[in-house]
Write a protein that binds this ligand. Structure first.
Ligand code: SF4
Length: 437
């Protein structure tokens, strides 16, 4: 069978999304391609975002290929599945443009965070035939061979009725994610280097060493995918690093939810330390590290580390179920130490009633005086895949979950405006999506 995997050309005008707007490597599609090829399928992977392609240009390629399945994500790479834009404007427009009026209409398949938490709303909004909830990489090949009710995470419509597989979510065995083939991926165009603030020559790329996280912070939108912690084989990741370095990549950002869990990451860092022309960046938790760990990170040329501290008080962290093993004093000490080894150290805060603004200011001032960048405390979007959604609205997400969360979030800023965290005034979700209906 033929599978087309298309990363659309993303745009976020009017969105509450304030993550990176640069193309990042679509790891979910590259991973899926490996599983599909191993199962004997033919795959066309088009990164329309990186290549700046229009729907007309992609459509021409698809018509030449004649895919049986057209697969599209609802967020710009796995990196942003936990904090995606709420609106489905881009996948809606792209699926329609790529399928309307085709003589051979493929089965359309949506993957990503929206379908994972609200599959029926996602089917309805995008007009897709199938939603795969959870991690799709290893389940996509099953669409060609297996009844849908037996494909983990599969949701589809049959005679107007929504049907769901008995296994609600896809979860990938990460030991099966062998090294990704970048040979025909245009990495030479990938000049973006994620989350660095010092100039580095060469190309950037993103990789994953591990997926998931053993913690359960209330605000974290990971319960429907990338939830359980799983590592890849170090050798597979090192092979990817070497293949990318041979193509001119000098900086790799690990998209792992929290880089640094487990002993194998130390083995990986020792391997990276042997490659002096490579530097790395990642997100982590401060309580996974100590001084010796930061020394190792320095040797592994880590140039960017972002830590979710969330609250400057233990009560605040406990309320978010952060389960942090360090005191605020120890956190501060380690951030300052980390900055002596890593050029960019960032501490992120979330707005909580437990934190006194003057104490927050003192915490920020002390760290900034030592070179650590500290965010302003901002409210979190109650993503439908987060425990926070259920606490806030008192119910599991339904078909209006994204609209409800979006309204709630806009109201948090009604008095003071959005200028602290984003340049543009967000547009209500129904308005954002209505242009595509
Ligand atoms: S540490 Fe908390 S916020 Fe970070 S990935 Fe894990 S659950 Fe999510």
């Amino acid at each position: 069978m033929k599978f087309a995997l298309v990363n659309p050309h993303w745009s976020w005008e009017g969105s509450t999304y304030f993550g990176s707007q640069a193309p990042v490597v679509p790891l979910e599609l590259l991973g899926a391609r490996e599983f599909l090829r191993r199962a004997g399928h033919e795959v066309l992977l088009i990164d329309a975002f990186l290549l700046k392609l229009t729907t007309d240009e992609v459509r021409v390629q698809l018509e030449g290929f004649g895919e049986d399945f057209l697969v599209m994500p609802t967020a710009n790479s796995y990196l942003f599945w936990r904090c995606p834009q709420p609106e489905l404007r881009v996948p809606q427009a792209w699926l329609r443009a790529l399928t309307t009026g085709r003589t051979h209409r493929p089965t359309t398949v949506i993957i990503g965070p929206h379908g994972s938490s609200t599959p029926i709303a996602t089917l309805n909004k995008t007009g897709a035939d199938v939603v795969l909830r959870g991690e799709p990489d290893s389940n996509l090949p099953l669409l060609a061979t297996t009844p849908r009710f037996a494909i983990p995470g599969c949701v589809w419509k049959e005679n107007g009725r929504v049907m769901q597989a008995s296994e609600p979510l896809g979860v990938v065995d990460m030991k099966m994610v062998s090294h990704l083939d970048f040979s025909d991926y245009p990495i030479e165009l990938h000049t973006h280097k994620h989350h660095i603030f010092t100039p580095v020559e060469g190309l950037g790329a993103e990789l994953e060493f591990a997926r998931g996280c053993p913690y359960a912070c209330t605000f974290c939108n990971k319960t429907q995918f990338r939830n359980k912690y799983r590592e890849r084989d170090v050798a597979e990741v090192v092979a990817e690093i070497d293949a990318l370095m041979a193509r001119g990549v000098t900086y790799i950002y690990f998209i792992d939810e929290i880089f640094g869990v487990g002993k194998n990451v130390r083995t990986l860092l020792e391997e990276i330390a042997k490659r002096p022309s490579l530097s790395i960046g990642f997100q982590t938790r401060i309580d996974l590290w100590d001084e010796a760990g930061f020394d190792l990170l320095g040797r592994a040329h880590c140039i960017s580390m972002e830590c979710g501290i969330e609250s400057i008080t233990e009560q605040g962290r406990d309320e978010m179920n952060k389960n942090c093993k360090y005191s605020t004093e120890r956190i501060t000490e380690l951030l300052v130490y980390a900055k002596t080894r890593i050029p960019w150290v960032q501490a992120n805060l979330i707005k909580t009633p437990h934190d006194n603004p003057e104490e927050v200011r003192a915490f920020q001032d002390h760290l900034k005086a030592n070179g650590v960048w500290v965010s302003e405390p901002v409210p979190m979007f109650p993503f439908p895949g987060s425990p926070e959604y259920v606490t806030t609205f008192g119910a599991q997400p339904d078909d209006r979950a994204w609209e409800r969360a979006h309204e709630f979030y806009l109201n948090l800023f009604a008095d003071k405006g959005f200028s602290d965290i984003q340049d543009q005034q967000p547009i209500p979700l129904p308005e954002l999506e209505s242009a595509c209906r």
